[in-house]
Design a protein around this ligand. Structure first.
Ligand code: NAD
Length: 369
């Protein structure tokens, strides 16, 4: 069987890391027919818009996409293509598994967190304006709806149940945001009793950041609104080994788009330096979603072994300051070739064990039934 999947290479390091992911996908033997479409800077040059209609049409048709990061101008310019894609395709659930890999590049080698972020509303509503003519005051509207809160919280509990996770923590700021925060909090409190086997608790977002930096191993699945989820998922990526190793998936009712947590890292663009692992692990999530379990597990094992061996790892897992055991850094393409070479040869019966002794259990992200 051949799967048809939209591929959006994106900007900056996007083309390099998506090429790396394609190479690894080929090594699994599961056939993918990639439909490549451009969004972002290249699309502006070609068609004058960063998100041409053909991109949305392609993702709607295939219902599956793998995406590289797309640059968003800061403080002006066009609106984020990433946000537009999520809103227009109603990709409401952003799932970001932050797993430390082989204890490398992290002070917290047992990190195993899943951030579930609402991805269509909140402070990303796009409703913002200057309050006065002189542009000395501005406001952004934080739209929180009961419908979107209910569906993301249900998604997080269902994911926790499927993954046999013990705990779901809701993150909000309901002490200060007494309407939007309280609405999300109420939705969580009313949903939690339907999942009696799962511990449900809440943290204010500021306290959550401190708790994660202090004792991340106590947390498990985190569910939160759009902006807090953006910030918390970068924090969790830092705990797990950096933005270079954390993949992500966006789910709607019928469409799934796989993209890393990281951005386009323009300073490394075209230099073959970026870590390809986050994008490669997006393929792992794609294969799990397709039910191609063996291919997914082969990818994860091959990534783990490559990082554990440290013969071919990029700067973020190689240089002093990033790792306790520095080695000469490798390139993005060499690391991808090594992972691809290992994919058919890994021993899936060999358990992956974290430094703290816990076994790594495979992820199984799926659309809601
Ligand atoms: P970034 O994630 O691009 O980079 C932050 C830091 O992490 C940088 O030091 C970078 O060098 C490092 N980094 C990121 N990916 C890496 C990788 N694969 N390997 C090694 N190091 C890596 O964040 P930023 O610099 O704040 O944003 C750059 C651009 O990306 C902005 O235009 C932003 O809007 C966009 N962005 C896009 C997405 C997306 O497409 N989903 C997500 C985040 C940011």
């Amino acid at each position: 069987m051949t799967y048809r999947v939209t591929l959006i290479p994106g900007d900056g390091i996007g083309p390099e890391v998506t090429e790396a992911a394609r190479l690894v996908a080929e090594a699994t033997g599961v056939k993918i027919d990639w439909e490549v479409v451009e969004a972002g800077e290249k699309a502006i040059q070609r068609s004058g818009t960063p998100l041409p209609g053909e991109v949305l049409d392609s993702v709607r048709r295939n219902r599956l996409a793998v995406k590289g990061p797309i640059t968003t101008p800061i403080g002006g310019g066009f609106r984020s293509v990433n946000v537009a894609l999520r809103q227009q395709l109603d990709l409401y659930a952003s799932v970001r598994p932050a797993r430390a890999i082989a204890g490398e590049g992290t002070r917290y080698p047992d990190t195993d967190l899943i951030v579930v972020r609402e991805a269509t509303e909140g402070l990303y509503s796009g409703v913002e304006h200057w309050v006065d003519r002189d542009h000395t005051a501005a406001e952004t509207v934080n739209v929180i709806t009961r419908k979107a809160s209910d569906r993301i919280i249900r998604f997080a509990f269902e994911l926790a149940r499927r993954e046999r996770r013990r705990r779901v923590t809701a993150v909000h700021k309901a002490n200060i945001m007494k309407t939007t925060g309280a609405l999300f909090q109420t939705a969580f409190r009313e949903m939690a009793p339907r999942y009696p086997e799962i511990v449900a608790d809440e943290r204010l977002v500021d306290n959550m950041c401190m708790q994660l930096a202090k004792k991340p191993e106590e947390y498990d699945v985190i569910v939160t609104t759009n902006l807090f989820g953006d910030i918390i998922s970068d924090l969790c990526a830092g705990l797990a080994g950096g933005l270079g190793v954390v993949p992500g998936a966006l789910f709607g009712e019928e469409i799934a788009v796989f993209e890393p947590v990281h951005g386009s890292a323009p300073k490394y663009a075209g230099q073959d330096k970026a870590d390809p692992v986050a994008e490669i692990l997006c393929l792992e999530l794609l294969y799990r979603h397709l039910g191609e379990r063996e291919a997914a597990e082969r990818i994860f094992h091959a990534v783990w072994e490559t990082i554990a061996e440290k013969k071919f790892v990029t700067y973020d897992l190689a240089l002093p300051g990033y790792t306790a055991h520095p080695v000469p850094p490798s390139t993005c393409s060499a690391m991808a070739r090594e992972i691809a070479r290992k994919v058919p040869n890994v021993d899936l019966d060999h358990p992956l064990v974290r430094p703290g002794g816990s076994h790594v259990t495979p992820l199984d992200p799926h659309l809601l039934e």
